[in-house]
Design a protein around this ligand. Sequence first.
Ligand code: KG4
Ligand code: ZN
Length: 337
Amino acid sequence: MRVLGIETSCDETGVALYDTERGLLADALYSQVAMHADFGGVVPELASRDHVRRLLPLIEQVLDEAGIGRDGIDAIAYTAGPGLIGALMVGAATAHGLARALEVPVLGVHHMEGHLLAPMLEPSPPEFPFVALLVSGGHTQLIDVTALGDYRLLGESVDDAAGEAFDKVAKMLGLSYPGGPAVAELANRGDPTRLRFPRPMTDRPGLDFSFSGLKTHTLTALRALDAGGELDDQARADVARAFEEAVVDTLIIKCRRALEHSARSRLVAAGGVSANRRLRERLEPGLRKSVANAQVFYPRGSFCTDNGAMIAYAGALRLAAGEHDPAGPRLTARWPL
Ligand code: KG4
Ligand code: ZN
C-alpha cells in the first residue's frame, strides 16, 4: 500500500510517499522559517496561507520523484492535530478532497504519534516496548510505548516545552527564530565552567519537567552580566552554553529515571530538540550510568523536526490496520496522545 502523508500543523509543509513494502519512496519539505523570522515566531494566518500556496506543488514534486501518477496513491494520511487550527485545515481539506477524487481511504493522524514513530523509518528501528522522549516546540513528554496506539504518559512539562525555552532564550540573546539551532551553535563557543544553571525538578521524585524557571534564570544571568558591563560576545556564548547544559542534563536525568521506573532499556528520542548535538552525544552514555544495556533510537536529523514522512508512516500503520476517517476531516488543535 502506498500512502501519501501530509503535514501542515505549524510552519513546515511536509509531503511524503511511503510504501508498506518498499519503504519511503520520496519526501519533500517547504519550510516557512524565513517568512516567520521577521516576526520572531510563527504567525498563524501567514502559516495557513503559505500552506495553501505550497502544498499542491509539493504533492506533485513527491509523485514526480517517486515516478508515480496520482492513481498510484492507495491511501492518504494527514496531521489532524495538535497544531494551529488554520494550518491543520489546509492539510485536512486537501487530503479529503484528493481522497474523494481518487476514491481512496483517508485518515487524520496525531502529530506527536508521527514524531514518536519517526525512528522506525531508520535502518535499525526500535522494537516495542520502549520509552519515548518527545521534545519539540510544543511538547516535552515521556511516554511508555507498548505497541502502536498503546501509549501511557509518564511525565510532561508543567509549563514551557524544552523547544519553546530554547526559542525564548534565543530571543533574549538576540538570535533568530527558530532558536534551538541558533542557541546550540552559540553554545559551542561557550565556556561550560563559567556559569552553572539549575536542573529544574531533578531533586525531587517524578518524571515531570519545568523549563519556565530556567528561562527566568537565564534572563536574570544576562541582566546581571549586563549590569556589570560584562555582557560581551563571549559572555553571551557562556550563557547559551550554561542554558543548553542545564536542559540536556535535565532531559538525561529524567530519561534515566523513566527507564528505571518502567524497567525498559530502549529509549526513543524524537521531536525538534532531539536534533540537538550535545543531547545526542550525552544521552546514551548518561542512561548507561544506571541502565547498563540502554539503547537510544533517533530519527535522522531532517526527520527530528516536522516532516511528511512521519505522517505517511504513522498513517500507513493505522490504515493497514483498517482505520480511516468515517466522514469528513476531524481536526483537534489540542489533543492528548
Ligand atoms: O518538532 P518540531 O519541528 O516542531 C514542533 O512540533 O514543535 O520542533 C521545533 C522545536 C523548536 O522549538 C526548535 O527551536 C527546536 O525544536 N530545535 C532545537 C534544535 N533544532 C530544533 N532545539 C535544540 N537544539 C537543536 N539543534
Ligand atoms: Zn512537531
